[in-house]
Ligand binder design. Structure first.
Ligand SMILES: [Zn+2]
Length: 48
């Protein structure tokens, strides 16, 4: 599990994110960082 600190500093999750914002965040996150399982998260978010 590696944290891309720089990416996290530049990409903060909004306080009350919309589904669209969450998907955007996790899409960017999956490409740049592996500290959370964003790919699994995206699957679930897109099912809704
Ligand atoms: Zn991360």
């Amino acid at each position: 599990m590696a944290i891309n600190k720089q990416w996290h500093l530049e990409n903060k999750m909004p306080k009350n994110p919309t589904l669209e914002q969450k998907i955007k965040w996790h899409t960017g996150h999956a490409k740049n960082c592996t500290c959370r399982d964003s790919k699994e998260h995206l699957k679930k978010l897109k099912l809704k």
